[in-house]
Design a protein. Structure first.
Length: 366
């Protein structure tokens, strides 16, 4: 179904022109998290890595215009350290891109010469300085969160984490954290995945927004809140603070952070825990775990019916699901979101794992 939708929206002539250009120039493009990237740096780059002020933001790009037209245009101004075109799951671009040069002077020259430039279709590009924000603010973390464990988790979830500081104060629910990334690109990629990652792995519903450019003090300890909970609003409580039944579902979770937020161990125990602890089985993915749970209880293998629906404004792909577990009269239904992947098969597999995670949670609560 997804391949059929792609063929309906893509321009075959433009795709053929892109393919021929890639073959002729030997340019290498990499598909990563909803974007297609050139360089970062390219193989023939000789200078140092760019500093602040070297990136431009390009918008109003026609949906069937690709790198074969854009990279030569922006490379004519000066050598490109990186070019990133934002992509839809359908294979069209999302109408904007980022070009990074070796110096702020080259970026300024690109703005002067290419802003308002008309393409063959008649569309005019908008080129301006990229904001390059590098700090994110995570809110509503558990009050028992520790900086060292949170830093380890963030580096597991995202790349380019330079530091993190915790804070708590009047008017804040739980603890918030300011995370500093090495680049705007790294922070943007993290912003796309952190909310879903914390929800999947820890059952936490955190808030996430861009932070102002002032650099936090990494070693500053969190300040305890002096404001009592509002009588009209219940105190913060996440799934990690709730009592758990004896069966524990496996998740790819870091034990240190689990202890820091008072979460139980994510492993599956073959027998009730003894006072000295029980032997643990290494974590497995949710789909394999769901199949194992069903087979242990004699229910047979679960059957998945996944349907791609649309791409959300944040770049996530939305799927509806219906999962049949033999022996149960009613199927499990719902929606899941995943990031774009390298192939339709990889995307389907990730959607299946996300679906299995939701079914496991439903069985866990039953």
């Amino acid at each position: 179904m997804m391949d059929e939708r792609s063929s309906q929206v893509l321009n075959p002539e433009r795709l053929k022109a892109l393919e021929m250009w890639l073959q002729e120039t030997d340019v290498k493009l990499t598909q990563v998290n909803g974007q297609r990237k050139y360089g970062g740096p390219p193989d023939d780059w000789l200078g140092a890595s760019p500093g602040p002020g070297c990136e431009v933001f390009i918008s109003q790009i026609p949906r069937d215009v690709f790198e074969d037209q854009l990279i030569p245009l922006f490379r004519a101004v000066g050598p490109l350290w990186e070019f990133r075109l934002m992509m839809n799951f359908s294979g069209q671009n999302r109408g904007f891109a980022y070009a990074k040069y070796g110096s702020p002077a080259s970026a300024a020259a690109a703005i002067r010469s290419l802003h308002g430039r008309a393409l063959e279709s008649g569309a005019r590009l908008s080129v301006r300085r990229s904001t390059e924000k590098r700090q994110l603010c995570l809110g509503e973390l558990p009050t028992s969160t520790r900086r060292e464990q949170l830093l380890q988790v963030l580096r597991d979830f995202s790349e380019g984490v330079e530091g993190v500081s915790l804070r708590a104060g009047p008017g804040e629910q739980g603890v918030s954290a300011v995370v500093v990334y090495a680049s705007h690109h790294a922070a943007s990629m993290a912003k796309k995945v952190l909310i879903e990652a914390f929800k999947k792995r820890f059952g936490l519903s955190i808030t996430l927004k861009w932070q102002s450019s002032s650099r936090p003090k990494h070693d500053e300890p969190p300040r305890p809140s002096k404001t009592p909970p509002s009588p009209h609003k219940p105190p913060h409580c996440s799934l990690l603070d709730s009592p758990r039944p004896p069966l524990r579902l496996a998740q790819r979770q870091l034990p240190a952070f689990s202890r820091a937020v008072r979460a139980p161990s994510p492993m599956v125990h073959a027998a009730p825990e003894s006072p000295r602890g029980a032997s643990m089985v290494p974590p497995v993915d949710a789909a394999a775990l769901l199949q194992g749970v069903c087979e242990v209880y004699g229910q047979g293998k679960p059957l998945y019916d996944l349907q791609y629906r649309h791409m959300g404004p944040d770049g996530f792909l939305c799927f509806s699901y219906r999962v049949y577990v033999p022996g149960l009269a009613t199927p499990f239904t719902g929606m899941v979101q995943t990031l774009p992947g390298p192939t339709p098969g990889a995307i389907q597999e990730e959607a299946r794992r996300a679906t299995a995670q939701q079914v496991l949670s439903a069985l866990y609560r039953a």
